[in-house]
Write a protein of this length. Structure first.
Length: 86
């Protein structure tokens, strides 16, 4: 019985250390667990939308002679596009 009484400060010290460890573990993991949804991305600015539209239009124009040959002249231009002068 004397041994149990002498270990009491050691047990209290372990409990204090374990309590600190649990508190630190909770403080470091709870913010990560609280994030249920991904962070939403910022909406595109007007300039970025225009750049994306122009890039898409350029890509469509590049592939258009292969995808829609029926609305092109023999030189590959549409009827409403200006003809280049030789």
């Amino acid at each position: 019985m004397d041994e149990l009484k002498s270990d009491k400060p050691t047990v209290e010290m372990l409990e204090l250390g374990m309590t600190k460890f649990i508190i630190v573990a909770l403080l470091t993991t709870l913010p990560a667990l609280a994030q249920t949804a991904p962070i939403p991305t910022q909406p595109l600015t007007d300039r970025e939308r225009v750049q994306a539209d122009r890039a898409k239009a350029a890509q469509d124009e590049k592939v258009a002679p292969m995808t829609r040959p029926w609305d092109r002249d023999s030189d590959g231009k549409r009827p409403w596009e200006r003809k280049s002068k030789p």
